[in-house]
Design a protein around this ligand. Structure first.
Ligand SMILES: [Fe+2]
Length: 159
Protein backbone atom coordinates (compact mmCIF):
# COMPACT_ATOMS: atom_id res chain seq x y z
CA UNK A 1 0.00 0.00 0.00
CA UNK A 2 1.51 3.33 -0.97
CA UNK A 3 2.23 5.58 1.97
CA UNK A 4 1.48 8.70 0.02
CA UNK A 5 -1.64 10.15 -1.41
CA UNK A 6 -0.58 12.58 -4.11
CA UNK A 7 -3.11 15.02 -5.41
CA UNK A 8 -2.39 15.59 -9.08
CA UNK A 9 -2.67 19.09 -10.41
CA UNK A 10 -1.25 19.25 -13.91
CA UNK A 11 2.46 18.52 -13.61
CA UNK A 12 2.48 19.63 -9.98
CA UNK A 13 1.51 17.50 -7.05
CA UNK A 14 1.12 18.02 -3.38
CA UNK A 15 1.94 14.79 -1.59
CA UNK A 16 0.52 14.40 1.87
CA UNK A 17 2.32 11.79 3.89
CA UNK A 18 -0.19 10.25 6.36
CA UNK A 19 2.57 8.88 8.62
CA UNK A 20 4.00 12.36 8.92
CA UNK A 21 0.68 13.84 9.91
CA UNK A 22 -0.14 11.09 12.41
CA UNK A 23 3.23 11.23 14.18
CA UNK A 24 3.33 15.00 14.14
CA UNK A 25 -0.25 15.17 15.40
CA UNK A 26 0.42 12.92 18.42
CA UNK A 27 3.69 14.61 19.22
CA UNK A 28 2.10 18.04 18.89
CA UNK A 29 -0.75 17.13 21.24
CA UNK A 30 1.75 16.04 23.87
CA UNK A 31 3.88 19.12 23.35
CA UNK A 32 0.91 21.47 23.56
CA UNK A 33 -0.30 19.71 26.71
CA UNK A 34 3.07 20.29 28.40
CA UNK A 35 3.24 23.84 27.11
CA UNK A 36 -0.33 24.51 28.23
CA UNK A 37 0.48 23.40 31.76
CA UNK A 38 3.58 25.61 31.77
CA UNK A 39 1.51 28.58 30.59
CA UNK A 40 -1.06 27.91 33.29
CA UNK A 41 1.59 28.03 36.02
CA UNK A 42 3.26 31.05 34.39
CA UNK A 43 -0.01 32.93 34.44
CA UNK A 44 -0.05 33.35 38.21
CA UNK A 45 3.02 34.18 40.32
CA UNK A 46 1.65 32.60 43.49
CA UNK A 47 0.74 29.40 41.67
CA UNK A 48 4.14 29.42 39.98
CA UNK A 49 5.93 29.73 43.32
CA UNK A 50 3.86 26.97 44.89
CA UNK A 51 4.47 24.57 42.01
CA UNK A 52 8.11 25.22 41.29
CA UNK A 53 9.08 21.55 41.46
CA UNK A 54 6.43 20.64 38.91
CA UNK A 55 7.52 23.56 36.74
CA UNK A 56 11.11 22.32 36.76
CA UNK A 57 9.93 18.89 35.64
CA UNK A 58 7.82 20.52 32.93
CA UNK A 59 10.84 22.35 31.51
CA UNK A 60 12.56 18.97 31.20
CA UNK A 61 9.55 17.37 29.49
CA UNK A 62 9.16 20.38 27.22
CA UNK A 63 12.80 20.22 26.15
CA UNK A 64 12.59 16.49 25.37
CA UNK A 65 9.28 16.74 23.53
CA UNK A 66 10.57 19.71 21.57
CA UNK A 67 13.59 17.65 20.48
CA UNK A 68 11.23 14.92 19.24
CA UNK A 69 8.98 17.47 17.56
CA UNK A 70 11.82 19.03 15.59
CA UNK A 71 13.36 15.65 14.79
CA UNK A 72 10.05 14.46 13.34
CA UNK A 73 9.59 17.58 11.24
CA UNK A 74 13.08 17.30 9.89
CA UNK A 75 13.06 13.51 9.42
CA UNK A 76 9.95 13.72 7.28
CA UNK A 77 11.55 16.25 4.99
CA UNK A 78 10.17 19.33 6.65
CA UNK A 79 7.35 20.03 4.21
CA UNK A 80 9.66 19.65 1.22
CA UNK A 81 6.99 17.92 -0.77
CA UNK A 82 4.49 20.64 -0.04
CA UNK A 83 7.09 23.22 -0.93
CA UNK A 84 7.86 21.59 -4.25
CA UNK A 85 4.74 23.24 -5.54
CA UNK A 86 5.73 26.61 -4.11
CA UNK A 87 9.45 27.25 -4.59
CA UNK A 88 9.11 30.85 -3.50
CA UNK A 89 8.39 29.56 0.01
CA UNK A 90 11.74 27.78 0.32
CA UNK A 91 13.52 30.71 1.91
CA UNK A 92 10.82 31.00 4.55
CA UNK A 93 11.00 27.25 5.14
CA UNK A 94 14.78 27.41 5.61
CA UNK A 95 14.46 30.30 8.04
CA UNK A 96 11.90 28.43 10.11
CA UNK A 97 13.94 25.27 10.12
CA UNK A 98 16.96 27.23 11.31
CA UNK A 99 14.94 28.36 14.33
CA UNK A 100 14.78 24.78 15.63
CA UNK A 101 18.35 24.78 16.93
CA UNK A 102 17.89 28.11 18.69
CA UNK A 103 14.58 27.11 20.27
CA UNK A 104 15.99 23.80 21.47
CA UNK A 105 19.04 25.51 22.93
CA UNK A 106 16.80 27.93 24.80
CA UNK A 107 14.64 25.07 26.09
CA UNK A 108 17.80 23.32 27.28
CA UNK A 109 18.99 26.55 28.92
CA UNK A 110 15.64 27.06 30.62
CA UNK A 111 15.77 23.54 32.03
CA UNK A 112 19.28 24.14 33.39
CA UNK A 113 18.18 27.41 34.97
CA UNK A 114 15.17 25.70 36.51
CA UNK A 115 17.41 23.20 38.30
CA UNK A 116 20.20 25.65 39.06
CA UNK A 117 21.65 25.70 42.56
CA UNK A 118 21.32 28.27 43.99
CA UNK A 119 18.03 28.74 42.18
CA UNK A 120 17.29 31.68 39.97
CA UNK A 121 14.74 34.20 41.25
CA UNK A 122 11.25 32.90 40.46
CA UNK A 123 10.33 35.93 38.38
CA UNK A 124 13.53 35.74 36.32
CA UNK A 125 12.90 32.06 35.62
CA UNK A 126 9.25 32.72 34.76
CA UNK A 127 10.18 35.55 32.40
CA UNK A 128 12.67 33.38 30.58
CA UNK A 129 10.06 30.66 30.23
CA UNK A 130 7.43 33.13 28.96
CA UNK A 131 9.83 34.37 26.28
CA UNK A 132 10.55 30.83 25.17
CA UNK A 133 6.90 29.76 24.89
CA UNK A 134 6.12 33.01 23.06
CA UNK A 135 8.90 32.32 20.53
CA UNK A 136 7.77 28.73 20.14
CA UNK A 137 4.16 29.80 19.53
CA UNK A 138 5.33 32.31 16.90
CA UNK A 139 7.40 29.60 15.24
CA UNK A 140 4.45 27.21 15.14
CA UNK A 141 2.11 29.87 13.74
CA UNK A 142 4.62 30.74 11.04
CA UNK A 143 4.86 27.06 10.08
CA UNK A 144 1.10 26.75 9.88
CA UNK A 145 1.01 29.83 7.66
CA UNK A 146 3.72 28.32 5.48
CA UNK A 147 1.74 25.12 5.00
CA UNK A 148 -1.38 27.13 4.29
CA UNK A 149 0.49 29.24 1.71
CA UNK A 150 1.86 26.10 0.06
CA UNK A 151 -1.63 24.63 -0.12
CA UNK A 152 -3.06 27.83 -1.55
CA UNK A 153 -0.27 28.05 -4.08
CA UNK A 154 -0.94 24.47 -5.10
CA UNK A 155 -4.62 25.10 -5.61
CA UNK A 156 -4.05 28.39 -7.38
CA UNK A 157 -1.17 27.43 -9.67
CA UNK A 158 -2.05 24.13 -11.37
CA UNK A 159 -0.33 24.10 -14.78
FE1 LIG B 1 9.18 23.62 13.45
Amino acid sequence: MPDQNPRQLGTRQLAINPAFFQDIKEDREELLFIEGRMKYLLGNSALFGENLKEFCELTELFRDQLALHFALEEAYGYFEEALEVAPRLHRKSKTLRAQHADLFERAQGLCEEAYRKPPLENEALAERARELVRSFDEHESAEMELIQSALNEDVGCGD
